[in-house]
Design a protein around this ligand. Structure first.
Ligand code: C5P
Length: 224
């Protein structure tokens, strides 16, 4: 594995983590790893192949044969097909969280995630980036927000896309996903050692990015 510097950003869904990680990566010229997208693509491929989502061994066997690419601008492709929209549905939210609880799946994705580390550096975003995948990361951030705020952010996003949504359903699903992510035996969602916590409930995306940049000020560009 390369020894390029890594910055990790972990936390539950709808904390703004994905957007924030992407903005920080762009500002400092680092690569971006959206690890959740890997779990989402595996869940989609397993569904399409008719593999039971509890069958970790079968999903792990399928994974190395998949051609997953990130062509830029947050797009994700599977075998050359753009699946960016398909992996962001409510059904895949649920399936990805189930697939992510399987130890065989997490094991097979570990070297894939390490492969993203290359000069000048990597911003890695997910649940266990700082605790498990890149424990030696230079800076580790853990983003949170209250479940109500996160559900209402998701609600607004869906309405903006012209999709139908009910706030109480979103809140219930989000709490269920949090519970599954926090209580699984392997790589549960929790702050890594040395992680700097940021509660984004009352902050804009720009304010969170500023706070992160202040923490790293002058120390992550061109540095080890
Ligand atoms: O971040 P995102 O919502 O796209 O992640 C989808 C699912 O993948 C999450 O619900 C979580 O269960 C899982 N995940 C994970 N570890 C990561 C990233 C995501 O378990 N590093």
């Amino acid at each position: 594995m390369s020894n390029a510097p890594v910055i990790t950003m972990d936390g539950p869904s709808a904390t703004g983590k994905g957007t924030i990680a992407s903005l920080v990566a762009k500002k400092i010229g680092y690569r971006l790893l959206d690890s959740g997208a890997l779990y989402r693509v595996l869940a989609l491929a397993a569904c399409e192949e008719g593999i039971d989502l509890e069958n970790g061994a079968a999903i792990a066997r399928m994974a190395p044969g998949l051609k997953i690419e990130f062509p830029g601008n947050g797009r994700v492709s599977l075998g050359g097909r753009d699946v960016s929209g398909e992996i962001r549905t409510g059904a895949i939210d649920e399936s990805a969280s189930r697939v992510a609880a399987l130890s065989e799946v997490r094991r097979v994705l570990l070297p894939v995630q390490h492969g993203f580390r290359s000069p000048p550096g990597l911003v890695a975003e997910g649940r266990d980036m700082g605790a498990v995948v890149f424990p030696g990361a230079k800076y580790k951030f853990f983003l949170t927000a209250s479940p109500e705020i996160r559900a209402s952010r998701r609600y607004r996003q869906l309405l903006d896309k012209g999709l139908d949504a009910r706030l109480p359903d979103l809140l219930r699903d989000l709490r269920a996903r949090d519970r599954r992510d926090e209580q699984r035996s392997i790589s549960p969602l929790r702050p890594a050692k040395r992680a700097i916590g940021i509660d984004t409930s009352q902050l804009t995306i720009a304010q969170v990015v500023d706070r992160i940049m202040q923490v790293m000020q002058g120390r992550c560009q061109g540095g080890g």
